[in-house]
Design a protein around this ligand. Sequence first.
Ligand code: F6P
Length: 545
Amino acid sequence: MALQTINPTETEAWVKLREHFENIQYQSTKELFQTDSNRAEKFTIEWQDFFVDFSKNNWTEETIALLINLANEVDLKGAITKYFSGEKINVTENRAVLHTALRAKNTTVVVDGETIAPLIESTKQKIKNFTNQIISGERKGFTGKTFTDVVNIGIGGSDLGPAMVVEALQFYSNHLNIHFISNIDGDHVQEVLKKVNPETTLFIVASKTFTTQETLTNAETVRKWFLQSANEKDIAKHFAAVSTNISKVTEFGIAEENIFPMWDWVGGRFSLWSAVGLSIALSVGYDHFEQLLHGANEMDEHFKNTPFEKNIPVVLALLSIWHNNFFGAETEALIPYTQYLQKLAPYLQQGIMESNGKSVGRNGFPVNYQTGTIVWGEPGTNAQHAFFQLIHQGTKLIPTDFIGFIKPLYGEQDHHNKLMANFFAQTEALLMGKTKEQVIAEFAAQGKLEHEVSDLIPFKVFEGNKPTNTLLIDQLTPASLGKLIALYEHKIFVQGVIWNIFSYDQWGVELGKQLANSILEEIKLNKVNFHDSSTMNLLKKFLKN
Ligand code: F6P
């Protein structure tokens, strides 16, 4: 059964939230702290190695209660049950959404009459064997040398997740160098090929559909490059593939034993838990890959079984709706205080924006309210020296998640103390700001009188009351990373349910692909067909050369 179709703005809770918003929108968050000494405790969830503080936002217990009423009115509980049990909630593609099954312990889910547990198990076993053979050196390249490099060729969900996790878990990595080719830009391919040796490199072609122009073009180029040094028969030793489209992979020439299956019920942007994560397993070893899955499964259990008011993904999703639909915040920033998570924002951009960037409701009619948020970010402290000015003193409201870790990985405590001092300082500064009186007092301490500096004062005042969440996690491990990713996956789900949209299709990326194919024909024939005058002029300019 599909998810219910309820326009959130027509619920009783929404109407009450509107009224409530009118009453509290101008209240000062910092004053909420002054009037309630328990605010931080009340607005914090401590779960396993996660400490999530969402107190520094303009909301109250009443707001949370009303948002939970909204979740109840749209039957979030029922939706969660459908999501985990494999109902075809991706209606426009007639598919179940079961990335959670990939990390479940003994899933009993059945899809189209087939129990999926054995498929998942045998694929995991295959990943494990393959990974162990490559890492140990038992499996060798065509000249008998052990593998030193792995190149993942894929794009979107077949690239961003593995690339993000491989980078994030570098501390746990072994001797294999992992590279990623995603862009159809031939310069990108050549730059990667420059670094590797055909005798010692394993290529993984990851494509759910095996029809993606970028991936197939890149795979062909790499294949040709490889065949300059090797023979056709050597492809079996150096190329593996991950796909649902086994016949296409075979056509490409990849040996059957090197094909790792995936399934329609795993969305591309949620596929790092499947064999798409092969490059992760190769980078950190299979046991660490299992720990990543285990961590995600722990978050799944938390999400499924915890009352909404103590449920981390639910609370973060409701807060995001509060900011997006009531305060009108269009974007959210994600600032991890670890360089290891530098690809978290680009990864979640696909997860969040491809999933919830929709303007048609589940009833097939345009929505009359805002949906998907724009998400962006960079690691702190670099971000502080780049765009934090705008978050502190700009005109836009940018709710920001700060993600930090209590313990560093290499034990560089002095660095870590400085890093985390910045982490805590930023959320405090964003909340508390700096008043005119404080600015005057600072000048006075430097021996400057108010009338001497009055022109400067307005520029030095910080309004404060900027919304932030703090996710303080014990340490960056495969398991904690698994939990973190799953948290955001479920946040996406909750928001999609409430916004009454289909979060698991991506029709919006199709038009550009279609047009690119027809324009490519024009480029090949050097003949411009009819387009708008701007596109025609641009094409003519390009073809002149
Ligand atoms: O263009 C968007 C998309 O369909 C994504 O959803 C997907 O992750 C990506 O392309 C790559 O698709 P594939 O894994 O089938 O090559």
